[in-house]
Design a protein around this ligand. Structure first.
Ligand SMILES: [Zn+2]
Length: 298
């Protein structure tokens, strides 16, 4: 199948003019390797012309292109859902749910819910550790003064740790973030064990919490106000200003999803042409996620 490869919004609207165009794209992705009935494993089917659903020739189980994907039961139309996906990956900055709702003509809760699903799909596969030069730093977000770098004991602030991989020319290759409960080694280790290879050359500030991690990692601790922290400070600043400008309030439990979104876009900034297709793949292969899986039970 021909995959959508463009950053142009004109190309996007030319390719996806109707719900049918979007369903067709999804159907091609879903049955890329041929049809197999979910009920009886039969491999022959009849395609229903009007909605591209597959009707099994043996047991007549019908499967729609959206079934078992994150587009399942999207009531506002699949084309609008495609537009949300495009907006979230092809723009450089995040859009708030209320702005998105107005843009595509749905209610704010509807936009918010689907955007949360997209953010879940944006989560790192955690299969590709950062290998080279990596800088790690902890910071806070929220509260009255959130411009301050480093640690804070203010309980209203969200505590975060970030890791940035840079190349020989000190250009940022990738960045990941984690929410942490405190600045203990156990909490700081979360970003190490998920995203950093034991072979990496890591720089941190002089905080004692990093010391025990030296057992498994190659960590150099230096003063945080040196130029070695320039790249991570720039990224943290971008993340904070992005969060501040579009989300007046981000619940503690949801912040990881916003961090996923930020990293997903940043880490693919050199693959912008195929970012939409990549995200559609993820949404197609992810199981259906319902409202109950997203809302916080408090
Ligand atoms: Zn069947």
């Amino acid at each position: 199948m021909e995959i959508f490869k463009s950053e142009s919004i004109v190309d996007f609207f030319d390719t996806f003019q109707t719900d049918y165009d979007c369903l067709n794209y999804l159907a091609q992705k879903k049955w890329e390797n041929g049809f197999k009935c979910k009920k009886c494993n039969h491999t022959k089917c009849t395609i229903r012309k009007y909605n591209l659903a597959r009707d099994c020739n043996r047991c007549h189980h019908i499967e729609s292109p959206t079934a078992n994907t994150m587009f399942h039961k999207v009531k506002f139309g699949i084309r609008k859902a495609f537009i949300i996906v495009y907006e979230m990956c092809c723009t450089t900055k995040s859009i708030s749910a209320s702005h998105m709702a107005k843009k595509i003509g749905v209610s704010r809760p509807t936009a918010w819910l689907f955007m949360q699903k997209v953010r879940i799909a944006m989560k790192s596969s955690e299969l590709h550790d950062m290998q080279g030069a990596v800088i790690v730093d902890e910071f806070v977000f929220g509260g009255v003064e959130d411009l301050k770098q480093g640690r804070s004991s203010d309980t209203k602030k969200k505590k975060l740790v970030g890791a940035v991989e840079i190349n020989e020319k000190r250009k940022i290759k990738r960045a990941y973030f984690k929410r942490i409960k405190d600045y203990s080694s156990k909490e700081l280790n979360k970003i190490f064990e998920t995203h950093i290879s034991e072979e990496a050359t890591i720089t941190t500030d002089k905080w004692s919490g990093y010391k025990p991690l030296k057992k498994n990692y190659n960590i150099k601790q230096i003063k945080s106000n040196t130029s070695d922290f320039f790249e991570i400070n720039t990224i943290i600043h971008q993340l904070k200003s992005g969060l501040r400008s579009v989300y007046s309030w981000v619940h503690e439990e949801h912040i990881e999803k916003y961090l996923n979104e930020f990293s997903y876009r940043l880490n693919r900034s050199i693959h912008k042409q195929t970012i939409f297709d990549n995200l559609i793949n993820r949404l197609t292969n992810n199981k259906h996620i319902g409202y109950k899986d997203i809302i916080i039970s408090t």
